[in-house]
Write a protein that binds this ligand. Structure first.
Ligand SMILES: Nc1ncnc2c1ncn2[C@@H]1O[C@H](COP(=O)(O)OP(=O)(O)OP(=O)(O)O)[C@@H](O)[C@H]1O
Length: 559
């Protein structure tokens, strides 16, 4: 455990809980949990009051998820006690936790894609309200009471992330949860969706429910939480109230030092097209266009940011670029060569890097060791292969290098990817993809789930590669990230590119409105020459902004 500085102690002890004196909804005392080679939790203390949102912050691998898994009965603590509503409890399984009103919405949703919302909600809880009309009525009632907008008959595979999340929330409410654990619920939401979620949380609070909210987005934490507990290297370093702290203080409390400051960089956009997409069209079931007339060019040294509410064609565009789906019409060219007949492997071998939207589904083999995950997607490339053979020693050595360079917190490279914390899994994927010196990188939510320090590091890595000529398609729900890193911004809405924007002048709020279809054409750059199909003039592109403190919207200050 890192020692506290006097300043940190002052922050940590200056505030009193808002509802001291009442019986807490949840109290964790002296929780310790060890894994081979790692002490994930050490003497943790946490008090969550009824009718409050309690945020849990800490850098990647600090021990937040482990603590919540203990509270949810998924793991047993080695030491310490859990009390719910003043009564000490022991949980042998999530079922025990649910019985005591603890519900969890995981970072990675656990819904069955091929079932309807109703089937998913009812699954495993058939005894509560049956599987028919009563269940449906209960779902509709909960949906209306908390403004969740859940449609019982929708097929889960047709739902976007925000809708799936609402189903997960409804599912735990259906089971009678009075304390909800939300693990990074805003990571993939756009500002409007975040506002909607926070409205839902306020409704829950108003009815006396409690929410434990894990987040790396410190600005959001300050806006929604009643109290914030910070965990560092496995132990609680303090609990603060938002009125008495800032994002900067919070970040310092988390990492125990000043945050690294990523340097701003000059524009590096060249006139060499790396990826050219022309009139791409992809049809879904029933002939509905999922992508319609998509055209753009990304040059060497350019980051093109694609803004859009989840589910507006981003996934299909990524799939078309990486070769998981084939377009119905239109062309895709990489460095001048048509990719029409290229399978995914060939695309990768020709320098397409891919940081997937969903790291568990498309980025990792969770049950395989880190070094096997380092090979994943790059089987035929160096250093993983030598001629026809896999070069395991070289792959393992390179995994060690990635772990070191990307600060992947792990006891070693032989542990399964599943045992890494979410943020550390992400760092491993970013390290793997950047190691192959891609010329075109598809970066979908590249810093999703990583802490503020690691986020700055990943931004630096993307910027450095961009300086060396990397072309990047950046898709991110973090609009500060999107605006700050991009040279060019396009807005995707219902499968079409509807607007472009100048990252030098647009604000996250304006971009957020454009994403809901409220704008078309040029945003904030009416004097810019050319139509919406061409990227901004490289010569006028402004350097990306410095992001050290998310909530302070640094690019706004800089401009
Ligand atoms: N099942 C497991 N086996 C081995 N080690 C584990 C396991 N689960 C967690 N750990 C380790 O415990 C530590 C704490 O991980 P945890 O997932 O709780 O962190 P976190 O604070 O939630 O991180 P993040 O913000 O990245 O999600 C990490 O070092 C992680 O690698």
């Amino acid at each position: 455990m890192a020692p506290l500085s006097p300043g940190e102690c002052a922050i940590a002890t200056s505030s009193s809980p808002p509802k001291a004196g009442t019986v807490p909804a949840v109290e964790l005392t002296g929780i310790t949990k060890r894994f081979p080679g790692v002490v994930a939790n050490h003497d943790i203390h946490l008090v969550v009051h009824r009718g409050t949102v309690h945020a849990l912050c800490g850098e990647n691998g600090a021990g937040k998820s482990t603590l919540m898994k203990i509270l949810y009965g998924m793991q047993k603590p080695d030491e310490g006690t859990i009390s719910v509503d003043g009564q000490q409890v022991t949980f042998g399984s999530p079922g025990d936790a649910i019985d005591r009103g603890i519900g969890m919405v995981h970072q990675h949703f656990m819904l069955a894609d091929n079932l309807t919302v109703l089937e998913n909600v009812v699954l495993g809880s058939e005894k509560l309200h049956g599987i028919g009309a009563r269940a449906r009525a209960k779902i509709v009632e909960l949906s209306e009471r908390y403004g969740l907008g859940v449609r019982p008959d929708a097929l889960v595979e047709d739902l976007g992330v925000a809708d799936r999340q609402r189903v997960e929330i409804l599912k735990v409410l259906y089971r009678g949860a009075t304390t909800l654990i939300l693990d990074e619920p805003t990571a993939v939401l756009v500002p409007q969706e975040v506002d909607a979620l926070f409205d839902n949380l306020r409704e829950l609070k108003a009815e006396g429910l409690s929410v434990i909210f894990i987040s790396h987005k410190l600005g959001e934490v300050l806006s929604v939480a009643d109290e914030i507990t910070v965990i560092r290297r496995g132990t609680t370093v303090g609990t603060v109230v938002p009125a008495e702290t800032t994002t900067k203080q919070l970040a310092e409390l988390m990492v125990g030092s000043e945050l690294p400051t990523p340097e701003t960089a000059e524009s590096t956009v060249t006139d060499r097209p790396v990826i050219e997409v022309d009139q791409l069209r992809l049809l879904g079931e029933g002939g509905r266009a999922l992508l319609d007339d998509i055209s753009f060019t990304i040059h060497a040294g350019e980051v093109l940011g694609l803004a859009g509410v989840e589910g507006n064609g981003q996934t299909e565009l990524i799939d078309a670029l990486i070769g998981l789906k084939h377009a119905d019409s239109g062309t895709l060219r990489l460095a001048g060569e048509s990719m029409a007949d290229w399978q995914t492997r060939k695309r990768r071998e020709h320098g397409i890097g891919y940081i997937p939207e969903d790291r568990h589904r498309h980025g990792l083999l969770l049950e395989a060791p880190l070094w096997e995950n380092r090979i994943l997607g790059h089987v035929t490339e160096k250093p993983n292969s030598k001629g026809f053979w896999l070069d395991l020693k070289a792959a393992q050595a390179d995994t060690r290098r990635i772990v070191e360079e990307y600060d992947v917190r792990t006891p070693g490279i032989d542990v399964d990817a599943a045992s890494l914390s979410g943020g550390n899994q992400q760092k491993l994927i970013v390290g793997r993809e950047m190691s192959h010196a891609p010329r075109f990188l598809i970066a979908a939510h590249p810093t999703r789930g990583v802490d503020v320090g690691a986020q700055a590091q990943i931004w630096d890595q993307i910027r450095e590669a961009r300086r060396e000529g990397l072309a990047v398609l950046l898709i991110s729900a973090d609009l500060d990230e999107l605006i700050g890193l991009s040279d060019t911004l396009r807005v995707i809405y219902r499968g079409k590119l509807v607007a472009d924007a100048d990252p030098a002048t647009i604000t996250p709020e304006e971009l957020g409105s454009a994403m809901t279809g409220a704008a078309s054409g040029h945003l904030e750059a009416p004097e810019a020459p050319g139509g919406t199909e061409e990227p901004a003039d490289p010569g006028t592109a402004e350097a990306p902004a410095d992001h050290t403190d998310e909530s302070a919207a640094p690019e706004d200050e800089a401009r």
